[in-house]
Ligand binder design. Structure first.
Ligand code: CTP
Ligand code: MG
Length: 556
């Protein structure tokens, strides 16, 4: 079963930890450091938001001379970086070194002359570049190189995973394939910055920032773009004039609650996006949700966007996840694999409903890593104890305090490999007492459930909320049954009981096969029957569902 020369799990335990430590840091990892110090979440956000404001998005012909294109644009100023990608046509993301270059480019840009329609004259940083003489200019020109903005399909992934030399390296391979690239991250900040330009027409001091998986280190190529319209700077009082007998105050419209203010602002910004935002389509206002939002598709960037406001707690939870994801390379690798596994088996879905969400799965993985001996990541209370005065955040009465400086957090002494962690993750949740216990990453301990929801994961900041309140009993049962099945498969491989041929998917790849789901006995603990029988039926199902029949899972 094991590929010739592939070491047994017990042998790879130490060596793959070393391999992980020796992995050449990708550009993303190198960019997230200042000298030897890791950048804080706030530093990364500030830097990227500023960079996005110096950046433009240009729709251009696929066959274009890159050199001439850059020479043409550099008349407006120095270009720091650029890249091309495809999304309803070919687009270039061009970052100037100075913001003024954009005004210079806008000065020479025409408004479109459309014959039968009328253009809404909103001047943005989204342009179209055309060739003056397409027939001669594009002839003999090779298409520009485009950066990928989506993940490979699952059957290609399965094949790639099979050529790794350990389960641990399979998890790292999956993460390398799925994680956001430097280019895609830039595009996410640019899309926020383009929406900020629209909102700035009413609120010149506002910022639009990405949160959620776009920035919390757990984002997969193709994931949605959660945007936060931050109006806080406007509310901040300037230092009051100490002299003089008067106070000055703005006259402002009053509304009964912050929720109503958010709904009105989002409703109006939603209309602006719909009416003036180039490339923004399918605008839906979902204002009665717990957290009111405007959903739309940013077609040129290729993102589904959720715009919210007054959502600072979610911003803090994104920062918390950023910290956990940056502490140890095993955290992200495990979360990416568990999320991919859940998506392939329909445990998570892009459609809202009673399913477990990626956010909940991440919390479960973090909780599991807190429970290792020694723990791989600290609890939220421990991070709170490390906090400085400037880390103190009380938002709407919720204590959101934790250390933001990654360098203050002592690295773990736990050296377990991902081979062990993946298998134990499934075993742990396959046997978790969901009926009586809740998951709590603040304490790093199970607690009694305060109410009878099938799955209870305490919101780390808004402690009275269950982040998985939507999950029903049957979805939880499916998760548990699949987790047991997968723990069993990995254990069989580890003990050498598995006797499948070398060409069959193994390790993480085997867990992504549709046949895994068909073996689950709903709601029942797997019977450890004779191994040979189990393997025989597993073999049969693999024959039926060979890798080619895997669904193309391009979404999130
Ligand atoms: N969030 C929350 N409570 C929830 C759901 C979401 O606090 N019940 C916050 C989290 O900070 C989360 C963010 O809102 O990261 C965005 O939510 P969502 O898009 O559902 O999750 P992501 O983490 O972005 O994951 P995905 O890749 O599935 O979009
Ligand atoms: Mg999201």
């Amino acid at each position: 079963r094991r590929a010739p020369g592939r070491p047994r799990l017990s042998q790879v335990r130490l060596s793959s930890t070393k391999a992980a430590a020796q992995r050449v840091p990708g550009r993303e990892e190198a960019d997230s450091k200042v000298g030897t110090r890791k950048k804080t979440f706030t530093e990364v956000q500030a830097e990227r938001l500023e960079q996005a404001q110096r950046t433009v998005l240009i729709n251009c012909p696929a066959k274009i001379s890159e050199k001439k294109f850059l020479t043409y644009l550099s008349h407006h100023g120095k270009i720091n970086s650029h890249y091309f990608y495809e999304s309803y046509g070919t687009y270039a993301v061009v970052e100037f070194s100075e913001k003024d270059s954009i005004a210079s480019l806008q000065d020479v840009t025409r408004t479109p002359g459309i014959e039968e329609e009328c253009a809404v004259p909103f001047k943005s940083r989204l342009f179209t570049l055309t060739l003056k003489n397409p027939s001669t200019q594009a002839a003999n020109q090779a298409p520009v190189h485009c950066h990928k903005q989506s993940t490979i399909v699952v059957n290609d992934l399965v094949q790639k995973l099979c050529s790794a030399d350990s389960v641990s390296n399979q998890l790292y391979t999956l993460m390398d394939e799925y994680q956001l690239t430097e280019e895609n991250t830039k595009l996410r900040f640019l899309a926020c910055s383009l929406i900020q330009d629209i909102a700035c027409a009413y609120f010149p001091e506002c910022t639009v920032k990405p949160f959620g998986s776009s920035v919390n280190t757990f984002g997969k190529l193709g994931c949605d773009l959660d945007m936060f319209l931050d109006l806080d700077k406007i509310g901040r009082s300037p230092t009051r004039a100490k002299t003089g007998p008067f106070y000055m105050e703005y006259q402002m419209k009053r509304v009964p609650s912050e929720r109503i203010a958010s709904q009105r602002i989002l409703s109006m910004i939603g209309d602006c996006i719909d009416n003036f935002g180039p490339g923004c389509v399918g605008v839906q206002k979902i204002l009665n949700a717990r957290c009111p939002l405007v959903r739309f598709s940013h077609q040129p960037a290729g993102f589904q966007c959720d715009l919210t406001t007054n959502n600072r707690v979610a911003m803090r939870s994104s920062e918390l996840l950023y910290i956990y994801g940056s502490l140890d390379s095993r955290v992200r690798a495990l979360v990416f694999s568990v999320r991919c596994w859940a998506r392939v088996h329909g445990i998570t879905s892009t459609i809202p409903g009673p399913w477990i969400t990626n956010f909940s799965l991440t919390m479960m993985a973090l909780f599991f890593l807190q429970k290792r001996t020694p723990p791989i990541i600290p609890t939220l209370d421990q991070l709170k104890d490390l906090a400085d005065a400037e880390d103190k955040h009380i938002i709407e009465g919720h204590d959101c305090t934790f250390a933001s400086n990654l360098n203050k957090i002592k690295p773990t002494e736990n050296t377990e490999t991902l081979d062990v962690l993946l298998s134990d993750f499934f075993e742990y949740f396959g046997n978790f007492a969901f009926n009586k216990n809740s998951i709590n990453i603040r304490k790093g301990k199970e607690q009694n459930k305060p109410e009878p929801s099938p799955l209870y994961i305490q919101n780390p900041f808004e402690r009275a909320l269950n982040i998985s309140k939507n999950v029903n009993e049957s979805q939880l049962d499916r998760f548990v049954a699949l987790a047991r099945e997968c723990a069993w498969i990995l254990q069989q491989e580890d003990t050498g009981h598995s006797s499948l041929s070398n060409s069959q998917p193994w390790g993480l790849a085997a867990l992504l096969l549709p046949s895994v789901a068909s073996h689950c006995i709903k709601g029942k603990k797997r019977k450890r029957g004779p191994a040979s029988e189990r393997i025989k039926s597993l073999l049969d199902s693999l024959k039926i569902n060979n890798a080619n029949s895997l669904v193309n899972n391009g979404g999130k």
